[in-house]
Design a protein around this ligand. Structure first.
Ligand code: FAD
Length: 238
Protein backbone atom coordinates (compact mmCIF):
# COMPACT_ATOMS: atom_id res chain seq x y z
CA UNK A 1 0.00 0.00 0.00
CA UNK A 2 1.93 3.02 -1.17
CA UNK A 3 1.34 6.07 1.01
CA UNK A 4 2.23 9.77 0.71
CA UNK A 5 3.49 10.98 -2.67
CA UNK A 6 2.64 8.52 -5.39
CA UNK A 7 3.93 8.94 -8.87
CA UNK A 8 4.03 6.50 -11.71
CA UNK A 9 7.60 5.82 -12.82
CA UNK A 10 6.81 3.29 -15.50
CA UNK A 11 3.98 1.21 -16.87
CA UNK A 12 4.28 -1.40 -14.14
CA UNK A 13 5.97 0.68 -11.45
CA UNK A 14 4.68 2.95 -8.76
CA UNK A 15 7.02 5.05 -6.65
CA UNK A 16 6.19 4.80 -2.95
CA UNK A 17 7.63 6.12 0.31
CA UNK A 18 6.42 3.10 2.22
CA UNK A 19 5.02 -0.23 1.05
CA UNK A 20 2.98 -2.48 3.33
CA UNK A 21 2.49 -6.00 2.03
CA UNK A 22 -0.76 -7.46 3.39
CA UNK A 23 -1.03 -10.46 1.06
CA UNK A 24 0.52 -13.83 1.86
CA UNK A 25 4.07 -13.19 3.18
CA UNK A 26 5.64 -16.10 1.31
CA UNK A 27 4.01 -14.99 -1.94
CA UNK A 28 5.29 -11.40 -1.59
CA UNK A 29 8.81 -12.57 -0.78
CA UNK A 30 9.13 -15.26 -3.40
CA UNK A 31 6.93 -14.05 -6.24
CA UNK A 32 6.99 -10.26 -6.05
CA UNK A 33 10.56 -9.56 -4.89
CA UNK A 34 13.79 -10.31 -6.76
CA UNK A 35 15.99 -12.97 -5.16
CA UNK A 36 18.46 -10.48 -3.65
CA UNK A 37 15.68 -8.66 -1.77
CA UNK A 38 14.34 -11.75 -0.01
CA UNK A 39 15.02 -12.25 3.66
CA UNK A 40 14.04 -15.90 3.95
CA UNK A 41 15.29 -18.86 1.91
CA UNK A 42 13.16 -21.61 0.34
CA UNK A 43 14.59 -23.91 3.03
CA UNK A 44 13.30 -21.57 5.73
CA UNK A 45 9.78 -21.63 4.27
CA UNK A 46 9.84 -25.41 3.82
CA UNK A 47 10.66 -25.78 7.52
CA UNK A 48 7.67 -23.71 8.67
CA UNK A 49 4.95 -25.70 10.38
CA UNK A 50 1.68 -24.55 8.95
CA UNK A 51 -1.70 -24.49 10.65
CA UNK A 52 -4.26 -26.58 8.75
CA UNK A 53 -5.96 -25.76 5.51
CA UNK A 54 -9.56 -26.81 5.12
CA UNK A 55 -12.13 -28.40 2.88
CA UNK A 56 -15.29 -26.32 2.94
CA UNK A 57 -18.83 -26.77 1.65
CA UNK A 58 -21.25 -23.88 1.48
CA UNK A 59 -24.75 -25.31 1.41
CA UNK A 60 -28.30 -23.95 1.09
CA UNK A 61 -31.31 -26.06 2.06
CA UNK A 62 -34.91 -25.59 0.95
CA UNK A 63 -36.16 -26.40 4.47
CA UNK A 64 -35.46 -25.67 8.13
CA UNK A 65 -33.67 -28.24 10.28
CA UNK A 66 -34.83 -29.24 13.72
CA UNK A 67 -32.63 -29.27 16.81
CA UNK A 68 -29.52 -28.04 15.02
CA UNK A 69 -27.45 -25.36 16.77
CA UNK A 70 -25.47 -22.50 15.23
CA UNK A 71 -22.19 -24.37 15.91
CA UNK A 72 -21.81 -28.16 15.84
CA UNK A 73 -18.51 -29.99 16.20
CA UNK A 74 -18.42 -33.60 15.08
CA UNK A 75 -15.88 -35.37 17.28
CA UNK A 76 -17.39 -38.75 16.42
CA UNK A 77 -14.18 -40.14 14.89
CA UNK A 78 -10.61 -40.49 16.17
CA UNK A 79 -9.12 -37.06 16.93
CA UNK A 80 -5.59 -38.41 17.25
CA UNK A 81 -5.61 -40.06 13.82
CA UNK A 82 -7.02 -36.94 12.17
CA UNK A 83 -4.40 -34.79 13.96
CA UNK A 84 -1.61 -37.01 12.63
CA UNK A 85 -3.03 -36.81 9.12
CA UNK A 86 -2.90 -33.01 9.34
CA UNK A 87 0.50 -32.50 10.97
CA UNK A 88 2.57 -35.68 10.60
CA UNK A 89 1.66 -37.81 7.59
CA UNK A 90 0.09 -34.82 5.76
CA UNK A 91 -2.48 -36.82 3.86
CA UNK A 92 -6.17 -36.53 3.07
CA UNK A 93 -7.93 -37.76 6.22
CA UNK A 94 -9.56 -41.19 6.27
CA UNK A 95 -12.35 -40.39 8.72
CA UNK A 96 -12.15 -36.68 9.56
CA UNK A 97 -13.69 -34.67 12.35
CA UNK A 98 -15.65 -31.72 11.05
CA UNK A 99 -17.43 -28.53 12.02
CA UNK A 100 -20.88 -27.43 10.90
CA UNK A 101 -22.04 -23.82 11.05
CA UNK A 102 -25.75 -23.08 10.61
CA UNK A 103 -25.93 -19.29 11.03
CA UNK A 104 -29.58 -19.16 9.85
CA UNK A 105 -30.51 -20.77 13.18
CA UNK A 106 -29.65 -17.51 14.96
CA UNK A 107 -29.80 -14.93 12.17
CA UNK A 108 -32.88 -14.96 9.95
CA UNK A 109 -31.32 -12.48 7.52
CA UNK A 110 -28.77 -14.98 6.16
CA UNK A 111 -31.30 -17.28 4.44
CA UNK A 112 -34.75 -16.88 2.87
CA UNK A 113 -37.68 -17.70 5.18
CA UNK A 114 -38.10 -21.45 5.66
CA UNK A 115 -34.61 -22.23 4.38
CA UNK A 116 -31.25 -22.95 5.94
CA UNK A 117 -27.75 -21.57 5.28
CA UNK A 118 -24.90 -23.87 6.34
CA UNK A 119 -21.24 -24.52 5.92
CA UNK A 120 -19.28 -27.65 6.66
CA UNK A 121 -15.55 -27.45 7.41
CA UNK A 122 -13.06 -30.32 7.45
CA UNK A 123 -9.56 -29.35 8.66
CA UNK A 124 -6.93 -30.83 6.32
CA UNK A 125 -3.14 -30.64 5.93
CA UNK A 126 -1.58 -27.90 3.84
CA UNK A 127 0.15 -28.68 0.55
CA UNK A 128 -2.12 -31.61 -0.34
CA UNK A 129 -2.22 -32.77 -3.94
CA UNK A 130 -5.23 -34.33 -5.64
CA UNK A 131 -7.79 -31.71 -4.63
CA UNK A 132 -10.30 -32.83 -7.25
CA UNK A 133 -14.08 -32.56 -7.58
CA UNK A 134 -14.43 -36.36 -7.16
CA UNK A 135 -12.46 -36.28 -3.92
CA UNK A 136 -14.49 -33.36 -2.58
CA UNK A 137 -17.71 -35.19 -3.50
CA UNK A 138 -16.58 -38.31 -1.63
CA UNK A 139 -15.92 -36.32 1.55
CA UNK A 140 -19.22 -34.50 1.21
CA UNK A 141 -21.10 -37.81 1.08
CA UNK A 142 -19.12 -39.10 4.03
CA UNK A 143 -19.84 -36.18 6.35
CA UNK A 144 -23.45 -35.79 5.23
CA UNK A 145 -24.08 -39.44 6.12
CA UNK A 146 -22.75 -38.76 9.60
CA UNK A 147 -24.68 -35.50 9.90
CA UNK A 148 -27.95 -37.13 8.79
CA UNK A 149 -27.45 -40.09 11.09
CA UNK A 150 -26.75 -37.88 14.08
CA UNK A 151 -29.58 -35.39 13.48
CA UNK A 152 -32.05 -38.00 12.19
CA UNK A 153 -32.96 -35.72 9.29
CA UNK A 154 -32.51 -36.06 5.56
CA UNK A 155 -30.70 -33.13 4.03
CA UNK A 156 -29.25 -34.58 0.82
CA UNK A 157 -32.64 -34.26 -0.88
CA UNK A 158 -33.06 -30.63 0.24
CA UNK A 159 -29.84 -29.10 -1.08
CA UNK A 160 -30.59 -26.21 -3.44
CA UNK A 161 -27.11 -24.61 -3.35
CA UNK A 162 -23.67 -26.12 -2.93
CA UNK A 163 -20.16 -24.81 -3.41
CA UNK A 164 -16.94 -26.39 -2.24
CA UNK A 165 -13.64 -24.64 -1.50
CA UNK A 166 -10.27 -26.10 -0.57
CA UNK A 167 -6.48 -26.11 -0.85
CA UNK A 168 -6.28 -25.35 -4.57
CA UNK A 169 -8.76 -22.46 -4.21
CA UNK A 170 -6.75 -20.90 -1.37
CA UNK A 171 -3.69 -21.01 -3.63
CA UNK A 172 -5.52 -19.76 -6.72
CA UNK A 173 -7.58 -17.00 -5.08
CA UNK A 174 -5.27 -15.85 -2.26
CA UNK A 175 -1.74 -16.90 -3.28
CA UNK A 176 -1.75 -18.74 0.00
CA UNK A 177 1.47 -20.62 0.87
CA UNK A 178 0.71 -24.35 0.43
CA UNK A 179 -2.98 -23.46 0.48
CA UNK A 180 -2.93 -22.63 4.19
CA UNK A 181 -6.11 -21.22 5.70
CA UNK A 182 -4.88 -20.11 9.13
CA UNK A 183 -1.22 -19.17 8.66
CA UNK A 184 1.58 -20.61 10.78
CA UNK A 185 0.92 -23.18 13.49
CA UNK A 186 1.29 -21.66 16.97
CA UNK A 187 4.39 -23.56 18.04
CA UNK A 188 6.96 -22.20 20.50
CA UNK A 189 9.60 -21.94 17.78
CA UNK A 190 7.26 -19.88 15.62
CA UNK A 191 6.26 -17.43 18.32
CA UNK A 192 6.82 -13.66 18.65
CA UNK A 193 10.17 -12.65 17.15
CA UNK A 194 10.61 -16.17 15.73
CA UNK A 195 7.86 -15.42 13.21
CA UNK A 196 8.64 -13.86 9.82
CA UNK A 197 9.49 -10.25 10.69
CA UNK A 198 7.11 -7.40 9.97
CA UNK A 199 9.89 -5.34 8.41
CA UNK A 200 12.16 -6.24 5.54
CA UNK A 201 15.87 -5.97 6.32
CA UNK A 202 16.73 -5.73 2.65
CA UNK A 203 14.27 -3.00 1.67
CA UNK A 204 14.00 -0.44 4.45
CA UNK A 205 10.59 0.93 3.53
CA UNK A 206 8.92 -2.46 3.00
CA UNK A 207 6.72 -3.81 5.79
CA UNK A 208 4.63 -6.94 6.11
CA UNK A 209 1.35 -7.40 7.88
CA UNK A 210 -1.20 -10.20 8.26
CA UNK A 211 -1.42 -13.68 9.67
CA UNK A 212 2.07 -14.90 8.69
CA UNK A 213 3.86 -12.23 10.70
CA UNK A 214 3.47 -10.92 14.27
CA UNK A 215 1.36 -11.42 16.32
CA UNK A 216 -0.08 -14.32 14.30
CA UNK A 217 -3.11 -16.00 12.76
CA UNK A 218 -6.77 -15.16 13.30
CA UNK A 219 -8.80 -12.03 12.62
CA UNK A 220 -7.95 -10.14 15.87
CA UNK A 221 -4.16 -10.80 15.62
CA UNK A 222 -4.19 -9.86 11.93
CA UNK A 223 -5.92 -6.58 12.76
CA UNK A 224 -3.38 -5.94 15.53
CA UNK A 225 -0.64 -6.72 13.03
CA UNK A 226 -2.01 -3.93 10.84
CA UNK A 227 -1.89 -1.51 13.77
CA UNK A 228 1.64 -2.51 14.74
CA UNK A 229 2.90 -2.10 11.20
CA UNK A 230 1.08 1.20 10.66
CA UNK A 231 2.89 2.56 13.74
CA UNK A 232 6.24 1.20 12.54
CA UNK A 233 5.72 2.70 9.10
CA UNK A 234 4.71 6.04 10.57
CA UNK A 235 7.82 6.00 12.77
CA UNK A 236 9.99 5.23 9.76
CA UNK A 237 8.39 7.85 7.58
CA UNK A 238 8.24 10.41 10.34
C1 FAD B 1 -12.73 -20.96 6.76
C2 FAD B 1 -11.97 -20.07 7.70
C3 FAD B 1 -12.48 -19.84 8.95
C4 FAD B 1 -11.81 -18.98 9.83
N1 FAD B 1 -12.35 -18.74 11.05
C5 FAD B 1 -11.76 -17.87 11.87
C6 FAD B 1 -12.38 -17.52 13.10
O1 FAD B 1 -13.45 -18.03 13.45
N2 FAD B 1 -11.73 -16.63 13.90
C7 FAD B 1 -10.55 -16.04 13.54
O2 FAD B 1 -10.04 -15.22 14.29
N3 FAD B 1 -9.94 -16.37 12.37
C8 FAD B 1 -10.52 -17.25 11.53
N4 FAD B 1 -9.92 -17.57 10.34
C9 FAD B 1 -8.58 -17.04 10.05
C10 FAD B 1 -8.64 -15.61 9.60
O3 FAD B 1 -9.62 -15.47 8.57
C11 FAD B 1 -7.26 -15.19 9.06
O4 FAD B 1 -6.27 -15.43 10.06
C12 FAD B 1 -7.21 -13.72 8.70
O5 FAD B 1 -8.26 -13.36 7.82
C13 FAD B 1 -5.90 -13.40 8.01
O6 FAD B 1 -5.88 -12.04 7.70
P1 FAD B 1 -4.82 -11.48 6.69
O7 FAD B 1 -5.05 -10.01 6.63
O8 FAD B 1 -3.45 -11.98 7.00
O9 FAD B 1 -5.17 -12.17 5.28
P2 FAD B 1 -6.46 -12.04 4.37
O10 FAD B 1 -7.68 -11.75 5.19
O11 FAD B 1 -6.46 -13.29 3.53
O12 FAD B 1 -6.15 -10.76 3.48
C14 FAD B 1 -5.15 -10.78 2.49
C15 FAD B 1 -5.69 -10.08 1.27
O13 FAD B 1 -4.65 -9.99 0.30
C16 FAD B 1 -5.24 -10.15 -0.99
N5 FAD B 1 -4.21 -10.54 -1.94
C17 FAD B 1 -3.60 -11.73 -2.11
N6 FAD B 1 -2.69 -11.64 -3.11
C18 FAD B 1 -2.73 -10.36 -3.58
C19 FAD B 1 -2.03 -9.64 -4.59
N7 FAD B 1 -1.09 -10.24 -5.34
N8 FAD B 1 -2.33 -8.34 -4.79
C20 FAD B 1 -3.27 -7.72 -4.04
N9 FAD B 1 -3.95 -8.35 -3.05
C21 FAD B 1 -3.69 -9.65 -2.83
C22 FAD B 1 -6.29 -11.22 -0.77
O14 FAD B 1 -7.27 -11.17 -1.78
C23 FAD B 1 -6.85 -10.82 0.59
O15 FAD B 1 -7.93 -9.94 0.47
C24 FAD B 1 -10.58 -18.39 9.44
C25 FAD B 1 -10.06 -18.65 8.16
C26 FAD B 1 -10.74 -19.48 7.30
C27 FAD B 1 -10.16 -19.71 5.93
Amino acid sequence: MPIAHRSAIGTNSLKADVVIGAADYHFIETKLLPQNCRRYSDKYWEKRIMAPSCLLYYVGLDKKLEGVLHHSLFFDSDFEIHGKEIYTSKQWPVDPLFYVCTPSVTDETVAPAGQENMFFLIPVATGLQGDTEELRERYFEKILDRFEKYTGQNIKGSIIYKRSYSVSDFIHDYNSFKGNAYGLANTLMQTANLKPACRSIKIKNLFYTGQLTVPGPGVPPSLISGEVVAKEATKYYG
